[in-house]
Design a protein around this ligand. Sequence first.
Ligand code: LMR
Length: 398
Amino acid sequence: MFEKLSLIPPDPILKIISEYNEDVRSNKIDLGVGVYRDSFGETPIMSVVKSAESHILSTQKSKAYIGLAGDTIYNKNIQKLILGDIKIAEDRIFTIQTAGGTTSLRVASELLKETSKNINIWVSNPTWSNHIPVLESTNINFREYPYYDMETNTLLFDRMIACLETVPKGDAVLLHACCHNPTGMDPTLEQWKKIIQVMKSRELLPFIDNAYQGLANGLDEDASALRLMASEFNELIISSSCSKNFGLYRDRVGALTVITKNEDSNKKTKSNVLKIVRTMGSVPPDHGAACVGYILSDKSLTQKWKSELDDVKVRLKNMRKELAGSLKNKTNSHDFSHIVRANGMFSFLGITSEQVQALKSQYGIYMEESGRINVAGITMENVSYLTDSITKVLESHQ
Ligand code: LMR
C-alpha cells in the first residue's frame, strides 16, 4: 500500500544539516539552520544548563507522568519571563509546556480551527519556512500579509498596514515577537503601536511566535511588543521556545500561553488545548523544561543565564558588523547595511538562488535557498573567506 504515497521533498532548512555534514571541504561554512555557534564555531551547552542538569540528575526520584500541561514550575516561570510585570488576572491566562515551539504553534493552530472552521491565519510574507506547513497540516486556512521588500531590504510597513485594514474580523495574525525569521527585520515600537491599533479596530487575534527572546536587544526589550499586545488585547496566543535562548534545541522545550476574555472562556479553552495535546503526543518531555524551571526559580542561576545569553546577543551583533563591513569594503558596490539593522540570528543576504547554489558548490558555503543566513555561523576565522567567496560569486553570477 505504501507505493501509493508520493515523495515529499526534505525540509528546506533541516536538509542543509546533512548536506553540510557530508561536505568534506575543511573550509566549509554552515549558515543554515538556526542554531547558535560561539566564536569557535561550536554549539556548547550553557554552563548554567549543565549545573541544572547535574542538580536534576542527582535529585530526581521518579520519571512518572507529570500531566498534560507539563511542569507547573516551568509554566509559571515562562509566563513571568514572557510577560514581565504585565498583570493579567490569573483566571484569564494559562501556560502549558509543549515539545518545543513548533508543537506549541501546531496546538494553537488546532485550537483556532476548533473555534471556527472559517478562520484565516495571516502570516508574513516571507515567514519561517515551517509556519505554512504547520498550518497546512492543521488544515486551517491561511493568507499572507506583505512584510519585507527583497529589493530594498526594508519592511513593507505601509502595505502591511493596508492589508491588515482589510482582514476579516475575527481572523488571527501570526506575528514574530522579535528577530523576525527569516528577515531579522522587526517593526519599531511606534510601528507595533500602529499594528495594534489596526488589529484592535478590526477585532483580530494576535498569535505571537516568540522563539528568540533575548537574542536581539535584551529579554525585556525583545518582549516589549508582545507585552504591549498582552495589555491591549482581551485575547491572545503566544507560542514560545527555549531552543535558542537556553540552547536546548534537541530537548524540545516550548510553551503555549493563552489569554482569554474571562474565567469561563479560560476554562473551556484550556480543556480544548489539553484534549488536543492528549491526542497529538500526550505529555511533554520533561528534562529540558525541568532545567529551565530550576534555573528561573533561582536568582543566582537566572543571573548567570542572563549573562550567558548576553554574550550570545553581543556576538550576533558583532558578527553582523563584521560581515556587513567586510562585504562593503570588498564589493564596493552593494549595500549590506540592512544586515546590521536586523536582529537575532537571521538576515537575508540579498542574493539570488543561483548565487546561493554557487556559494554551496564552489565554496562549501551553506544557507537557505532564499539567501537567509544564520549569522551565528560566522567567526573571525571564516569571515574573510566568506566575504571573498560572496564577492566572487556576485561578480561571476550577476
Ligand atoms: C530555523 O529557522 O532555522 C530554526 O527555527 C530551526 C528550525 O527548526 O527550522
